[in-house]
Design a protein around this ligand. Structure first.
Ligand code: ADP
Ligand code: MG
Length: 876
């Protein structure tokens, strides 16, 4: 039992030292113990995808049609229908399997990561590559990646409710527990896979991974991940089921009307079957899945990883973005450029993390006085990050703000090895967004010193300087130029130096104020452009930050979030003025500063109350409620915590604000492509429906046989609707206003055009059919001609469907090569079905002469003319 053993024994037993495992050893162990994953994390199993292909109500109707054709003795038709059902299932399966694989790959991009020590270096790796013996770091907001024996902790608290049912987080310890049969809840020096770190940080040795962890033991049965479909997909499945019912209803109606008109039973049965098959959009569910998968992949390529499919459609309606400042809008590349200590102002030269550059006072290099030394020393010692050089490049492990402070200290020519920096670490109050400061307790020559850094208001308060004009002026002066300002203070303690000292109390009372450091964190170049783009797209962006109001406003002005007349407000001002103020001024407020995560939740709620659809970003532990509440919760891939990521709908791989806008754009394209696919598919259904009813009323023989209808719906159409899913998106999607969330996918505009399309297809093919019925040709000939007309209507119409507003003649038809390829393939298939004997037999077609080809193609092309006129007259 590992909780009983001492740390030394654990290190020995697992063959690790303070440098962690070596990479080779880790690789060997990975081979031996397997990946650190649970069975339940596997995707949708194969058999389920296959079965799904046959559980579609549309398939039932086709199967019913097969039975009926069999009863009436049309055995060839029965065979063809069954073959089509099978083929449809195979194609559906392949497509869905591919889509599932693509989504799986996207999910992997968002897989949890762990910081592990190997070969003396800390690396960020996928948690599934952890092996027993690895040394891992634990941080607030992350999930424990494996079962771990802790050996170093700072205020570490873990929510273990998943094992113990106890909702309060438990504090951890490191020393061995000398008892037998200690329950999980009492193994205080252990951290268990899947539990959530709610506070502090720690280090430990991995004891068990994957299935052998406590979590692995309780989740033994293989749980299947439910295939997730978005509300839109559900609505569409629902929709196609309704269409299925409608088609049955129509078929029955046609059947009885025909009988009443005196047609024979067999004839009317065939009529009814054709009707039912014609109206059903067989290809729809599969195409929607494909369109989604293609869109998600495109988003992933642009660094936006969708975790919940609902985000895809919500993105299109999003009209408000609440964005963090640090890291999302700014580069998170912090550099200290200004110092203030002992009444003197200094300028710091150099950029980035390279510790080179001079510290100047009034433009001249000066010897550092005691205040300046203290200022830099606190920055260096009250710090939990590291600066290191790798391949000639200087990098930061940890918080960029802290990295900048280390760099600044080094620029004064000082380093940790020097005697004046040799302190022994005793205790720490870690930084949190809520606390807004950090303190360390350090020992030197048996004397204790407390170093504190944090938001200047806090530090001025701790040192009773809240009213000090000189300091306040300095502070706002630095903040006005957009600098992120930190205050610094220290306190030398009398008496013995032990870890019994109440650090939190001491650090916050009677502190000696030392000075400020001003850090620049330049805005991302792409952010300015993206803010402008979001404006054009009808989306308002506001900044929510923990930083100071003046700093935040300065940055917001630079990138165009804050305009003349806007309001910037702080968290405490919000508390004072109340929610009513927030609701009344929501449109004018563009900067929320010094807010804590619970303010964020309130802001999101207030904006939602006003009917806005909100994307909200967040990275910390406490951001989870706001992320869940927002219509689209956006977490960060690089700096974010597991908790934030799990609460989110979308993850930005590059933490970049501009990526949100890209996702909005792709979301709109996906939605439009789905609209286009449906528009294209339903047009034929409408046409067929009208035509069959008219034929019946005019007392003509059945114009299409069920098998021909299937051919059109699945072969010639089937190729093109998939191709439509690859439409790259039209120019200007990003400039339209957000879509009304209440709008149905087939809006009035589209419905009217659908009726028009149906009418044209009906009129054209009825005309051809009627014409050939009156010539001296067989019924099969007339049917083939009508059949060919509908197919060419489709060939032309798919070009119309590429845009709801843009003329066919103004489109770039090379932009979607899939569509061109699908058209060529469909054309070859169509020529084959009319001319090859075996296919003629199956589909009751016959050769038609060149004039007939010409007539049918010409008739088909009229759909372009009609829709061009509609496009010119009516605008979406
Ligand atoms: P944001 O990242 O939006 O600026 P934070 O909550 O991270 O907000 O920081 C709030 C404030 O706390 C900062 O403006 C700064 O003054 C202070 N601060 C930030 N990081 C640290 C840190 N590591 N140690 C001490 N104080 C910090
Ligand atoms: Mg921060």
């Amino acid at each position: 039992m590992y909780y009983k053993k001492s740390i030394e024994d654990i290190f020995k037993e697992f063959g690790v030292n303070e440098c962690g495992l070596s990479q080779e050893e880790a690789a060997t162990r990975l081979e031996k113990y397997g990946e650190n994953t649970l069975k339940e994390e596997k995707g949708v199993p194969l058999w389920k995808i296959i079965l799904d292909q046959f559980t579609d109500p549309l398939i039932y109707i086709l199967l019913a049609a097969a039975v009926v054709t069999f009863i009436v003795g049309e055995y060839i038709d029965t065979g063809v229908i069954l073959a089509v059902v099978l083929l449809n299932a195979v194609i559906g399966f392949i497509q869905e399997y591919k889509a599932e694989k693509a989504m799986e790959a996207i999910r992997q991009l968002a897989a949890p990561k762990a910081i592990v020590l190997r070969d003396c270096e800390e690396n960020r790796i996928d948690s599934r590559y952890l092996v027993p013996g690895d040394t891992v770091n634990l941080f607030a907001g992350n999930k424990v990646p494996a079962d771990i024996r802790l050996f170093e902790i700072v205020e570490l608290e873990i929510d273990e409710s998943m094992f113990t049912g106890e909702s309060a987080p438990v504090s951890k310890q490191t020393h061995p527990i000398e008892k037998d049969n200690v329950s999980i809840a009492d193994q205080k020096n252990m951290a268990f896979m899947g539990t959530i770190i709610t506070n502090g940080r720690g280090k430990g040795i991995v004891i068990n991974t994957g299935e052998t962890t406590e979590l692995g033991k309780i989740s033994e049965q293989v749980k299947i991940t439910q295939k997730e479909s978005s509300p839109l997909q559900k609505r569409l499945v629902d929709f196609s089921q309704k269409v299925g019912l409608l088609s049955i209803g129509l078929a029955l109606l046609v059947f009885f009307v025909g009988i009443l008109l005196g047609h024979s039973l067999i004839e009317m049965t065939l009529f009814a079957i054709s009707m039912a098959v014609a109206v059903i959009p067989e290809g729809l569910p599969v195409v929607i899945t494909i369109t989604m998968a293609i869109g998600l992949k495109r988003m992933a390529n642009r660094n936006a990883i969708i975790r919940k499919l609902i985000a895809v459609e919500t993105l299109g309606s999003c009209n408000y973005i609440c964005s963090d400042k640090t890291g999302t809008i700014t580069k998170n590349m912090m550099t200290v450029t200004m110092l203030y200590a002992g009444g003197k102002k200094y300028e710091v030269k150099g950029t980035g993390y390279e510790p080179k550059g001079e510290i100047l006072h009034n433009g001249k290099k000066v010897e550092a006085d005691e205040s300046l030394k203290n200022l830099l020393r606190i920055g260096l010692l009250c710090n939990s990050s590291d600066l290191y050089e790798e391949n000639g490049e200087w990098k930061i492990e940890g918080d960029p703000t802290e990295g900048a402070l280390i760099v600044a200290a080094h620029k004064n020519g000082l380093n940790v090895e020097k005697q004046e920096y040799k302190y022994e670490f005793i205790d720490e109050v870690p930084f949190s967004s809520h606390r807004q400061y950090m303190a360390t307790l350090q020992k030197k020559d048996d004397k204790c010193t407390i170093f504190v850094k944090g938001a200047p208001e806090k530090l001025l308060n701790f040192s009773n300087n809240s009213e000090n004009r000189e300091l306040l002026d300095q502070y706002s002066h630095m903040a006005e130029s957009g600098l992120r300002v930190l205050g610094f203070g220290l306190k030398e303690l009398e008496g013995e130096c032990t870890d019994d000292i109440d650090l939190e109390y001491e650090a916050t009372h009677d502190l000696k104020f030392i000075g400020f450091q001003g850090i620049i964190d330049p805005p991302r170049e792409s952010a300015t452009k993206a803010i402008e783009d979001t404006k054009k797209a009808g989306i308002k962006t506001v900044m929510i930050t923990g930083d100071h109001k003046i700093t935040a406003t300065a940055i917001a002005k630079q990138i165009g979030i804050f305009k003349e007349g806007d309001i910037a407000i702080t968290g405490s001002e919000l508390d004072e003025k109340g929610e009513k103020f927030l609701k009344e001024n929501a449109e004018k407020i563009s900067v929320y500063a010094r807010v804590s995560p619970n303010h964020k939740l309130k802001i999101v709620e207030a904006l939602q109350d006003r009917g806005n659809i909100i994307a909200v970003t967040g990275d910390g532990v406490n951001d989870a409620p706001a992320l869940k509440k927002g219509n689209i919760g956006v977490a960060m891939g690089k700096i974010g915590t597991d908790v934030a990521r799990e609460a989110s709908d979308m993850i930005l791989k590059d933490d970049n604000f501009a990526t949100i806008f890209q996702a909005v754009k792709e979301g709109r394209i996906i939605y439009e492509n789905i609209q286009k696919v449906i528009f294209f598919l339903l047009g034929t259904g409408f046409g067929f429906g009208f035509l069959i009813v008219l034929a019946l009323l005019f007392n003509l023989p059945l114009p299409f046989l069920a098998t021909q209808v299937l051919w059109i719906n699945l072969v010639t159409n089937g190729l093109q609707d998939v191709a439509l899913a690859f439409e790259p998106g039209e120019k200007g999607v990003e400039k339209k206003p957000p879509r009304d969330p209440q709008e149905t996918i087939i809006n009035k505009f589209i419905l009217k055009r659908l009726i028009l399309v149906g009418a044209v297809i009906t009129a054209g093919s009825l005309f051809i059919y009627w014409y050939y019925l009156n010539q001296d040709v067989s019924l099969d000939y007339a049917r083939t001609a009508a059949f060919n007309t509908v197919v060419f209507f489709q060939f032309f119409h798919v070009l119309n469907a590429r845009s709801f507003n843009k003329s066919v003649f103004k489109m770039n038809h090379l932009a979607n090569p899939f569509l061109l390829i699908s058209l060529v393939l469909a054309l070859i298939a169509q020529i084959a079905v009319i001319n090859l004997e075996p296919l003629q037999l199956l589909f009751h077609t016959t050769q038609i002469d060149l004039t007939a080809w010409l007539y049918t193609i010409l008739t088909g092309s009229t759909i372009i003319a009609v829709i061009e006129i509609d496009k010119a007259v009516r605008k979406d």
